[in-house]
Design a protein. Structure first.
Length: 202
């Protein structure tokens, strides 16, 4: 794995209803990275139970501006992935990052008024703009038993031009699915060449 880089910074983007509980893998990831001397931003987005695309985008831009000039790494989960994909379509050049991990990206069936997030719907995304928003790479992690993910994950990833790691029976990749500590995501954060493995993977 890579050594700690003093100029590398991570930004974690949580999803709907996430109040950053200690049992969530994102909390664990933030603490694990910090214990290794990495710099991590893990903001609480406003009103996570009733999110506003405009408010969340404003905070995203503010957090990106604090990532410095070194390696800039974004890790997003669930609605955070939709936030990133929407933002990538008009992201100012000075806010672009080095690499991105999209965990449990949402398919079109997830964006409904009932789910309280319809304004985040990801439609007509330009793969070129997604690629430009992260200079080195974008990778997605999808579970085979996630009811919210794109129905054809491999085709979705290919169309978007992102690498894909497919996890077996990992649900929506939440603490309830067994994802508190998650060594697989930490491995990718420290070394982008490492595929993301699930907790059930031997």
């Amino acid at each position: 794995m890579n050594d700690v880089s003093p100029s590398r910074r991570f930004l974690l983007l949580h999803g709907l209803d996430n109040h950053r509980p200690r049992g969530h893998w994102m909390w664990w990831l933030a603490e694990s990275l910090r214990q290794r001397g990495e710099q991590v931003l893990y903001p609480q987005f406003p009103a996570p139970d009733q999110p506003s695309l405009g408010t969340w985008t404003d905070l995203l831009h503010a957090e990106l501006a604090q990532l410095g000039d070194g390696e800039r790494v974004v890790v997003a989960h669930s609605l955070g992935t939709a936030l990133w994909l929407r933002a990538s379509q008009s992201l100012p050049e000075d806010l672009r990052v080095s690499r991105v991990l999209l965990v449990s990206p949402l398919g079109e069936q997830a964006f409904t008024a009932e789910n309280r997030n319809e304004e985040f719907a990801v439609a007509d995304v330009d793969p070129g703009l997604v690629a430009a928003a992260s200079g080195k790479s974008t990778r997605a992690v999808v579970s085979t038993t996630d009811p919210y993910t794109p129905a054809e994950a491999a085709a979705w990833a290919a169309e978007l031009g992102v690498d894909l790691d497919l996890l077996t029976a990992a649900g929506h990749i939440t603490p309830g699915d067994g994802y508190g500590p998650w060594p697989g995501v930490l491995g990718w954060c420290l070394d982008a060449t490492v595929p993301v493995r699930g907790n059930a993977t031997p």
